[in-house]
Design a protein around this ligand. Structure first.
Ligand SMILES: C[S@@+](CC[C@H](N)C(=O)[O-])C[C@H]1O[C@@H](n2cnc3c(N)ncnc32)[C@H](O)[C@@H]1O
Length: 332
């Protein structure tokens, strides 16, 4: 009797097969954590490689390095690299001052190949939606809306308000359904919906008038995605340029969400440092909430960014189990 063919079930943590995303799949919390963590690591690696390669080729940046992609070294490495099935077997890339340009290009190709084989940024976004948000009780903007509905903000919500959501995964979250905002601009590096503009906030053109600015900016779990401490600082400074002037008590606020370990377990950063930086940028905390895995802040902006501020990366807390999250500022 002919043997019945048993179809092998596809076991892919990222729900991809041969580099193609297979569609929405429910992920276990540990899987979402693995995906998110790996993406953060390789994004950071990628950033430091591009920074090193930029010294020899100033025309390249993190989003545009076609000259490198077209090289034989890159293409061979990209094509031949196969990701391991287990996340625990993922390569830990060694990037230091002894790495040659050729080695850096090879690692870059392996990182890009890994990202593609794991389903691209979409996989990370899907893990973020399923993992972090569900675990903290749904969508993070719930907290924002809860705070905006308190008496503290009552008088500020009487005008037509607009909001900018940086790193938006869904146009149906509570920021949108609350009806507090007359208009919402949603942006993301990788838009997953026609109502979300595909745009890098760091490249967005600067507002030229008050009309182009926003009453509220939401930056939820985005800063930690930004691959360097300097860029995170730049993002915070940039945010101030998009906020409306708080004159006549009008709403001019920032909703910030970070994974809790960024302020609880970093060697270089903590909540006091964040508040110090925010204070120099003109922000005053109005609400703060610490959940199990994430921390939420609502800041009001007073419109005044201090000149000549510098916050360098320096050790605040020692300990081998700490992470390296940091935000540095150079506004000189
Ligand atoms: C972890 S998700 C967070 C999504 C959502 N805001 C939340 O709180 O669940 C981070 C998102 O930020 C986006 N992102 C990161 N840097 C960005 C930038 N410079 N401009 C626009 N979007 C960015 C990423 O593409 C990703 O979709």
């Amino acid at each position: 009797m002919a043997k019945k063919k048993v179809k092998k079930s596809l076991k892919s943590i990222t729900n991809t097969h041969k580099g193609k995303l297979l569609g929405p799949k429910s992920l276990k919390p540990q899987q979402t954590r693995q995906i998110i963590r790996r993406f953060h690591i390789i994004q950071k690696n990628k950033y430091s490689i591009i920074s090193k390669l930029r010294k020899a080729n100033s025309n390249i940046d993190i989003n545009d390095y076609d000259s490198i992609k077209n090289s034989k070294v890159y293409q061979n490495e990209f094509k031949n690299f196969k990701i391991p099935t287990k996340y625990s077997e993922n390569e830990i890339y060694k990037i230091d001052n002894t790495s040659t340009d050729k080695e850096l290009i090879k690692i870059l190709a392996r990182i890009d190949s890994e990202i593609e084989q794991r389903g691209g940024l979409k996989t990370y976004q899907s893990a973020s939606t399923q993992g972090q948000t569900s675990k903290r009780g749904g969508d993070s903007s719930k907290k924002l809306i809860e705070w905006l509905k308190t008496s503290k903000y009552e008088t500020k919500l009487t005008q037509d308000l607009n909001a900018l959501e940086i790193g938006c995964l869904s146009p149906h979250n509570i920021i949108s359904t609350s009806k507090i905002f007359k208009s919402i601009t949603r942006i993301d590096l990788n838009s997953q919906d026609p109502f979300i503009l595909q745009q890098d906030f760091m490249e967005r053109s600067l507002p030229t008038s008050e009309e182009e600015k926003f009453n509220l900016i939401s930056c939820s779990l985005v800063l930690n995605f930004v691959p360097s401490h300097e860029k995170r600082g730049e993002m915070l400074i940039r945010i101030t340029k998009y906020l409306k002037s708080p004159k006549n008590g009008q709403l001019s606020s920032l909703f910030l969400v970070l994974p809790l370990p960024c302020v609880k377990n970093s060697r270089y950063f903590d909540n006091d440092k964040l508040l110090e930086i925010m204070g120099k940028l003109g922000f005053k905390q109005t609400f703060f909430y610490e959940a199990n895995k994430v921390a939420y802040w609502l800041f009001d902006w007073n419109g005044k960014v201090s000149k000549n501020i510098t916050f360098n990366k320096k050790e605040l807390h020692s300990g081998s189990t700490r992470n390296n999250f940091c935000i540095s500022i150079d506004n000189t």
